[in-house]
Structure formats: C-alpha cells, structure tokens
Design a protein around this ligand. Structure first.
Ligand code: NAD
Length: 445
C-alpha cells in the first residue's frame, strides 16, 4: 500500500521502516527538518536496536521522508497519525493531533477517491469520534464513513525492543468507524501470520485497550515498589527473595510442555526499582485519570499508582542518606539517564529527579549513560558532570547509584574492586548480586 505517516518520532520511524520492510511504499512526514534530513540521508534520528540498519537499507527507496505533509498525504491511500500526545493542563495535549487532522482534512478536500486516516498516537477513549472526525469533516468538507474512513490502530511497541515488537506483534488492534476501514487496515497488516490475533473493534474500544494495557503495567510497577519499601521497613526480608516466591505462582510461571516453569514476561514488571518513566506510562496514566475525572470517576487505584511512583526518587535519596549519613559534600555517581535500557529516551526518566535531589542536597554529582551523550534539558544549568567512560565516571565516588539497568553496569563489581575506600553501591534496579561488592545497598532490602 502507499502509506503516509504523520510524525517521524519513535513510533513513526519504527512503523515507517518496518512497513517499508514489508513492501509498503512509505512517506514519513514531520515538521522537524533535521529529522527529515537525517532520514533522507539514510540515518535514523533516534537510537533503537536494528532501526539504523533498516533505515539505511530502505531510505530513498520504499522509505521517503518529507516536511511537506500535504504532498505525503496526497500521494498515499492510507495515513497513519503518529504525532506526540504530551501532557496538557487537563489530560493530554491534543494540539499536534488537532493540527495534523486539520492539515490532513484540507488535503482530503481536494483528493479524489477514498482515503483512510488511522490514529496510532495514544489518545483517550472518545477522542477519535469526538475530536478527530469532526476536524477532518470540517477541513475536508466531506463525510467520514462515506468519502473517507477513520480508524484507530494503537501502538504497543516498547522502546529498546521496538523493531521486534513491531515485527512479532502479540496483537493487532484495529478500531474503525466501519467495515471498509477494518478491511483497509487489515490489508496493511496482511503479511503478519494468521496466528497473530487481530482485534477488530470500534474506535473507542481500540483507544481504551491501549490505556488499560499501560495502566496495568504501571500498576504492577508501583505495587512492587510499595512491597519493596515495606520489605525494607520490616527488616530481614529482601524483596528479591519475596518476589521470586511470588513469580513462581502458576499464574506467573505456568508449566511448559516439558514440565519446566516458564516465567511470564509480566514478571519483569513485578520487581522492585526506582520507578517508571518514559514517554508513555506516566503520561498515559495521568491522562486516563484526568479523563475519568471529567466523567466523575475517581480512579483511586491509578491515583495511588502515580503517587507511589512520584515518591520513588525520594526513596532512593533516603537510601543514599541512610548509607552515607550526610549527602552534602559527597561525590555521587548516578549510572543511567535513559528511562530504561536499550533506548536513548530520557523523557520522564527517574534519573532526572534523582540527580536533582542529590544535587539539591549538596552532592557533587557525576552521571554516566551507555548511550545518552548529552544531559537532558531538565538537568541543564545544574553543576552535574556527564562522563563518557564508566571507569572514569565512578572514580573517587563515595556512592554509586544505579538507575538504569544497562548491561554495561554488570561490570561494576570488577570496576569498584580496585577502589580504596570502597564506594557504597545503591542498586536502584536490583541488578547486581549483593555479595559482588563490598558495600551494597539496594531497593527493598
Ligand atoms: P515523538 O515525540 O518521538 O514523535 C512525534 C513526532 O511528531 C515529532 O517528530 C514531531 O516533530 C512530529 N509532529 C508533531 N506535530 C506534527 C505535525 N502536525 N505534523 C507532522 N509532524 C508532527 O513521539 P512518539 O514517542 O513517537 O509518540 C507518538 C505517539 O505514540 C504518542 O501518542 C505516544 O503516546 C504513542 N506511543 C509511543 C510509544 C513509545 O514508546 N514512544 C509507544 C506506543 C505509543
């Protein structure tokens, strides 16, 4: 199919490259001329394992990029909208979706034939029917369901494994205003094996599936962190041991065909840590709570999920304080800026509030990340040093705080062994064996 994709961010570029790889003709459109130039030159504007190779191979052929949104839409039969939906004052900010819908609508005004517009951005239930369709109809002077079709195709990729997630989806959710849109979207994904479940539903249900999925993951994380803090308070309990026992329930580790126990991937969300971040979970849970408020639903569980998460940086600081006594004047190295490993995304990373709190408490803070090469804007102006080499970053530190589970940090025991005196290692991800360093402190111990 000839597909235009509006918004060349994480979701847009991954979707575009993978669809082009499947044989579709893809035009990525973005307002950001730098991203477009990078894509046209065959390089990915974001770091994601495997994405650089795909873009390099397909750019200029089945994968094009342009700042001319109108021509991209005009030259396609189906448009996917993948613009950002950040936090707004009350719920999500639909500004980018609104502006994209207006431009697409104005192109549809003069475009002959049937065209499908599908929203891939995460938008709260009811947005497609209540906001997107009226805008498209107004700008085009045409009728949805008659002259053009509208759908919702939420994206479930996880940064750091986005290509695999796209190529091997666990489900394909296709929300639509009518059968014709279901058919067009089904054609887009026709090459995926028949064993991949397709959920053909209405637009609101498709929107809700995405939010309920993310809200569940965030709930698991905050639940685990609440249990971790209780383990510390009780004493004599390590949350890692406690959760291992929980994971072995047959609900979480069913028995495989050979009698072996197979841990469900959801177990990864049932581990102690320093909180969830990124561009999705925090803002999506906030958006759902805000939407519920408008519908006079209190959502006490999801509110508590956010509250528990907001307290994680303070909990990390408390561990450092407990171990060092006084933070002021101490040299502290924070390991990891990305909100999770295998991505360079620092949006809402727990590292930011942790670094800010340490700096405010008077520590001399050094940071390191395996991929992120510049300090996030939220840390600009602070006396924080970003050091490229891990060995250099931890040299002379009084405390090392692990925030991102980068593989490289598995080398820490070997690197700190030579330090004299030994720094305290505060493991915010419980990734090291506590006996592997002389002075170890972890969340939930
Ligand atoms: P992003 O900020 O990385 O990319 C959005 C892009 O849209 C930017 O490049 C921006 O320049 C462009 N843009 C904004 N307005 C535009 C317009 N009018 N015309 C053309 N381009 C425009 O965002 P993202 O992380 O790719 O997320 C996009 C959406 O997908 C969001 O709703 C997000 O919640 C959802 N989502 C993200 C992920 C993820 O892991 N990043 C996963 C699933 C769903």
């Amino acid at each position: 199919m000839r597909v235009s994709i509006v918004g060349a961010g994480y979701v847009g570029v991954v979707t575009g490259a993978c669809l082009a790889d499947l044989g579709h003709e893809v035009a990525l459109a973005d307002l950001d001329a730098e991203k477009v130039a990078a894509l046209e030159a065959g390089s990915s504007p974001i770091y994601e394992p495997g994405l650089g190779e795909l873009v390099a191979r397909l750019a200029g052929e089945r994968l094009r990029a342009t700042t001319d949104l109108a021509s991209a839409v005009a030259g396609s039969e189906l448009t996917l909208v993948t613009v950002g939906t950040p936090d707004g004052e009350k719920g999500i900010d639909l500004g980018h979706v609104v502006s994209a819908a207006r431009t697409i609508g104005s192109v549809l005004a003069g475009k002959p034939g049937y065209h499908v517009v599908a929203i891939k951005s995460t938008i709260v239930p009811g947005t497609t029917d209540g906001v997107v369709i009226p805008l498209l109809e107004e700008a085009s002077g045409k009728e949805a369901g008659v002259d053009f079709g509208v759908g919702v195709n939420p994206e479930f990729l996880t940064e750091g494994r986005a290509i695999v997630d796209f190529q091997e989806p666990d489900r394909i959710v296709l929300g639509a205003c009518d059968e014709r849109v279901h058919a067009a979207l089904s054609t887009l994904y026709a090459d995926f094996p028949a064993t991949v479940p397709r959920i053909l539903t209405n637009t609101r249900t498709a929107e809700m599936i995405k939010y309920a999925s993310n809200a569940l993951l965030a709930t698991m994380i905050s639940f685990s962190n609440e249990i971790a803090d209780l383990c510390s308070a009780v004493g004599g309990v390590d949350v890692v041991d406690a959760m291992r026992g929980v994971h072995l329930s047959h609900y979480l580790s069913p028995t495989g065909p050979g009698g072996e126990r197979v841990p469900a991937p959801i177990s990864a969300y049932l581990e102690a840590g320093c909180g969830f971040g990124g561009s999705c979970l925090p803002k999506d849970v906030r958006a759902l709570v805000a939407e519920a408020e408008g519908l006079e639903r209190a959502m006490p569980i999801l509110r508590a999920v956010l509250q528990t998460n907001a307290e994680r940086p303070g909990a990390m600081l408390a561990i450092v304080e407990r171990e060092l006594g006084e933070i002021s004047g101490k040299r502290i190295t924070v390991l990891g800026l990305a909100f999770k490993p295998d991505t360079d995304d620092v949006r809402e990373s727990p590292a930011v509030p942790i670094v800010r709190k340490l700096e405010a408490a008077g520590a001399a803070v050094t940071v390191h990340d395996s991929v992120v090469g510049v300090l996030p804007p939220a840390l600009a102006g602070l006396a924080v040093k970003l050091v490229e080499d891990l060995g250099d970053a931890i040299r002379g530190a009084d405390a090392i705080v692990i925030v991102t589970r980068w593989r490289e940090y598995e080398r820490l025991p070997e690197l700190v062994a030579a330090s004299d005196p030994q720094p305290i290692v505060v493991d915010g991800r419980r990734m090291l064996d506590p006996s592997s360093v002389e002075r170890y402190a972890g969340v939930g111990r």
